[in-house]
Design a protein around this ligand. Structure first.
Ligand SMILES: [Zn+2]
Length: 185
């Protein structure tokens, strides 16, 4: 028995009714970048079905170098595998979703941040950059960061949204834009 045991029982039920689908582009043509917080699972909050969207999750849902690298590879992969199946307007939209009450917000406090740096070995500056205290601000910063990334395919658009833990509602902060239009909005 492990803590996974009850979840594996749920998987038994899932597998019993499962039908595998073919490899294809995500049906919703969306890549979601969001926080790993267990209260903001986009599969549930956005009603995703299997095969609908790629989901990339990390602490805060921040656009890090690793996220930028993932998106560059996904765009390459989609272009290679699905060039005949993707819409003319582009490969996919990357939706960056930050949320209220994010656990990274504690990192804005210098004392908390110092203790976190000592415990994890991470630089204080990196921890400070992680902090989502105002998700409307950080999501804008991260959309701009992704749009400015040299590796971002011009066939990829980027939008920004905030998920409110109190209401369950997702609000769009920045409409989808392609990288060549960065800075004109
Ligand atoms: Zn969070």
């Amino acid at each position: 028995m492990t803590k996974m045991s009850p979840l594996l029982e749920r998987n038994e039920q899932f597998a019993a009714a499962y039908t595998p689908g073919p490899l294809g582009p995500p049906a919703a043509q969306v890549v979601i970048v969001t926080c790993l917080d267990h209260r903001v699972d986009p599969g549930i909050t956005l009603g995703l079905q299997l095969g609908d969207a790629v989901v990339i999750r990390n602490t805060g849902g921040r656009v890090t170098k690793a996220v930028i690298d993932d998106i560059a590879y996904l765009a390459f992969l989609a272009g290679q595998l699905f060039s005949g199946q993707v819409a003319a307007e582009g490969l996919f939209e990357v939706a960056v979703v930050h949320h209220t009450q994010c656990g990274t917000g504690f990192l804005a406090d210098p004392g908390f941040r110092q203790r976190a740096a000592e415990a994890t070995g991470l630089p204080e500056a990196a921890l400070e950059a992680w902090a989502v205290t105002d998700p409307r601000t950080t999501v804008r910063d991260d959309v701009e960061r992704l749009l400015a990334a040299p590796s971002l395919s011009p066939k990829v658009s980027v939008s920004g949204h905030v998920y409110d833990i109190a209401t369950g509602r997702v609000t769009t902060v920045m409409d989808a834009r392609h990288p060549q239009l960065a800075g004109t909005n």
